[in-house]
Design a protein around this ligand. Structure first.
Ligand code: NDP
Length: 478
């Protein structure tokens, strides 16, 4: 059985404890690899290595750091098939999805920040012809990067790339549920000759490794993506230490469909925005609101299309949904379906395990109608292939529904009235609004949520700003 290893100070090593955790293939339900059960002592070694590497890494020119990043990007692309297979085996997502989205995006993350940094420039202010102010942006030190299991390499590299290219060194922890592509990434970084200690990857549990990174006095900056409750824990620990924080957390995103929309496009895209990656994308629209005039038509056709979505072997090219990530998550999702029934909902399709002969954790894509806005099913993040659907009459009404949760990550609006689109977009309390499209991600744009969906923004200059500290220097001109 394959053993994943930590990557610390340029060497591959087991956890200090010598213990391993089981790593499951969600499609078969079987353990297929082992991951180091690391603890604070492994994190200590990683932070020490990252701290020691910081002076020389941050002293490289941006072109030199950029070159390292571009080499990684290239190797990820060269190993596309292998990485996509690994991501699928680890996470349960269809191989075609990993090949089309996750792995190319991981390569793009390195390429994007490698080139963006070359175009960054300092601010300069001439103060009444008497003084010159210029603002240096300096790397901070050892950055802690903690990522979740839903888009493993995609989100892991979305943090690591801007952190490194800005001149920081990194101690990173992937989710213990999906560690494989992070392990392969450490091999790639080693192959392309990353200096020792610049990137350190420590595998293991959030409560041991993640918290040790968060608590470490020599890690002044934390970039975290994951659940809102974990985000709160991290914020509580980091606050007294005045750490710089970026928290990308949960969502309960509204998908608003007005009478005057392009119905075909809204239907087709809503299938994707509801169920892509088994609904395990923080940006999925899990609450569908359809205006009264087209509600019945939309609902009927949507449910028909959902019933046609094939669930099964992630290796199969015609499968739309693979397995959900773990047995615990499978149970959690189905428990929400039961809750929805108790709360008065009607399951229009799905709502149960999808039978396969693979042995893993598959759930039928599920649509639920007839729930009150305030019920738990409509308020809490399910993070699986389950959406609720409800009609509305007025713009005001749907805005109240859309904004009526503690989350504020993303929203989608379907209308052919441009004025309405602008008006509604401005009033949605979310960090991202898509109009007549979904999940178009331009890496230059700010990414993140409001309310309990997080603090701070990733993407483009926002990420490069986050991973650097501005220092203003003022000098008399005469
Ligand atoms: P978790 O919050 O459970 O875990 C995220 C990461 O944090 C994992 O690596 C986890 O390790 C680690 N962790 C757990 N506890 C601690 C702790 N006390 N201190 C430090 N690190 C810890 O989230 P999930 O992995 O379950 O991911 C799903 C969540 O992520 C959903 O809520 C989803 O909405 C959100 N998400 C948000 C995105 C955004 O951009 N806003 C994007 C993608 C997902 P371990 O796996 O070992 O528990």
């Amino acid at each position: 059985m394959q053993q994943i290893l930590n990557y610390i100070n340029g060497s591959f090593q087991a956890a200090n404890s010598g213990e391993y955790l089981d790593n499951y293939n969600p499609a078969t339900g079987e353990v297929y690899s082992l991951i180091p059960d690391s603890d604070a002592t492994d994190v200590e070694l990683a932070v020490k290595a990252a701290k020691a590497a910081f002076p020389s890494w941050s002293a490289l020119t941006r072109e030199e750091r950029s070159e390292h990043m571009l080499n990684v990007s290239k190797r990820i692309t060269e190993r596309l098939d292998e990485l996509a297979e690994a991501e699928s085996t680890d996470n349960g997502k269809p191989v075609w999805l990993a090949k089309r989205v996750d792995i190319p995006r991981a390569s793009d993350n390195f390429k994007f920040f490698a080139t963006a940094i070359l175009h960054d420039s300092s601010e300069l202010h001439d103060t009444d012809g008497k003084f010159l102010n210029y603002t240096l942006r300096q790397p901070i030190g050892v950055a802690g990067c903690i990522s979740p299991w839903n888009l493993p390499l995609y989100l892991f590299t979305w943090k690591i790339a801007p952190a490194l290219v800005s001149g920081n060194t990194v101690v990173a922890k992937p989710s213990e549920i999906t560690p494989m592509t992070a392990f392969l990434l450490s091999q790639i970084c080693d192959e392309v000759g990353f200096p020792k200690g610049v990137l350190n990857i420590v595998h293991g549990l959030g409560g041991k490794v993640g918290s040790a990174i968060t608590e470490h006095v020599d890690v002044p900056i934390i970039s975290f993506t994951g659940g809102t409750e974990t985000g709160k824990t991290i914020a509580r620990i980091a606050a007294p230490m005045f750490k710089k924080l970026s928290l990308e957390l949960g969502g309960k995103n509204p998908n608003i469909i007005f009478d005057d929309c392009d119905l075909e496009n809204a239907l087709k895209t809503s299938l994707n925005s509801s169920f892509a990656n088994q609904g395990q994308i923080c940006l999925c629209g899990s609450r569908i609101y359809v205006q009264k005039g087209i509600y019945n038509e939309f609902k009927t056709r949507f449910v028909e299309l959902v019933k046609e979505m094939k669930v099964g072997d992630p290796k199969s090219a015609d499968v739309k949904l693979g397995a959900v990530v773990s047995k615990a998550h499978f149970d959690k999702i189905l428990s929400y379906v039961e809750l929805a029934k108790q709360e008065g909902g009607t399951v229009l399709c799905g709502g149960k395990e999808a039978k396969t002969d693979l042995g893993g954790w598959f759930i039928e894509p599920t649509v639920i109608e007839g729930l009150d806005e305030q019920c738990r099913t409509n308020q809490e993040e399910i993070f699986g292939p389950v959406v609720t659907i409800q009609s509305f009459e007025t713009e005001e009404e749907v805005l109240a529904y859309a904004n009526g949760t503690k989350y504020g990550l993303a929203s989608t609006v379907w209308t052919s009235d441009l004025t309405k689109a602008h008006r509604v977009a401005a009033q949605l309390h979310t960090g991202i609004v898509w109009v007549n499209c979904w999940l178009i991600r331009d890496l230059r744009t700010p990414f993140g949520g409001v309310k309990q969906s997080g603090v701070g923004r990733e993407g483009g200059w926002e990420a490069l700003r986050f991973f650097t500290e501005p220092k203003n220097v003022c000098i008399p001109l005469h």
